[in-house]
Design a protein around this ligand. Structure first.
Ligand code: PGA
Length: 253
């Protein structure tokens, strides 16, 4: 059975003390709502990872938002997968559209980052999704397929079964425009079908595919009720403990 996951992405928000206080609230609230096999994750800026891991009491897992593709060395200002793992984190977001857009990250680079993250026992949350132009021109299925092929379909079946995918239409991120449950389900089913043709039905069935893009406490129940949507990657709403907890609750939909 595939895992149900709600992962928050704080992006470049929360100074050190703000992060501690928000995370403590989240742990206290999520503790009462999360069912046994569901997973809640907060992907925080690097400065928070170690402190949050110590406060998590196993209730909320910790993730980073990026890692470098190389193991170590002269890359001033960068953070390696091994360093992230050493903070007590278990997840890392790879290929968020903001990284693709503002830091020119390509599928080939993201594929290297994924391999490095897996080598250090981090679970990559690998993001894919089309822009508004690509949606309007009707080329979005090809875009998603290319991102899968170049980004993660080079992995062995064993490694692929360790990753989480997140479908995040770029036009829905931070805009308040959510994909309708039907639009999202369509793409999630397409992604699962592509996984099935590459890796077979068992791995396809077991792959967790999250939806992201203006997901909130109100629309999460309907989105998560779709057959191929296994949870969410949450930006804005993960900065409020009540909203984030209600989205975790929506996993029961
Ligand atoms: P949003 O961001 O929920 O604020 O739209 C989602 C994301 O970027 O992961």
């Amino acid at each position: 059975m595939r895992k149900k996951i709600v992962a928050g992405n704080w992006k470049m928000n929360m100074d050190y003390n703000e992060g501690i206080s928000l995370f403590s609230e989240i742990v206290n609230m999520v503790r009462d709502e999360k069912k046994g096999d569901q997973v809640a994750v907060i992907c925080a800026p690097f400065i928070h990872l170690n402190s949050l891991a110590q406060l998590s009491s196993g209730v909320v897992k910790i993730g980073a938002q990026n890692c470098h593709q190389n193991e170590s060395g002269a890359y001033t200002g960068e953070i390696s997968a091994k360093m992230i793992k050493s903070t007590g984190s278990d997840y890392v977001i790879i290929g968020h559209s903001e990284r693709r857009q503002y830091f020119a990250e390509t599928d080939v680079l993201l594929s290297e980052k994924t391999t490095t993250a897996l080598k250090h026992n981090l679970t990559p949350i690998f993001c894919i999704g089309e822009t508004l132009d690509e949606r309007n021109s009707g080329s979005y299925f090809q875009v998603i397929e290319r991102q899968l092929t170049d980004g993660v379909f080079n992995l062995s079946a064993e490694d692929f079964s360790k990753i989480v995918l997140a479908y995040e239409p770029v036009w829905a991120i931070g805009t308040g425009l959510t994909a309708t449950p039907e639009q999202a389900q369509d793409i999630h089913a397409f992604i699962r079908a592509k996984i099935e043709s590459k890796y077979g039905v068992n791995i396809a069935d077991d792959t967790t595919i999250l939806y992201g893009g203006s997901c909130n406490a109100k629309n999460a129940p309907e989105l998560f009720a779709q057959h191929d949507i296994d949870g969410g990657l949450i930006g804005g709403a993960s900065l409020k403990s009540r909203d984030f907890t209600d989205i975790v609750k929506a996993l029961n939909s």
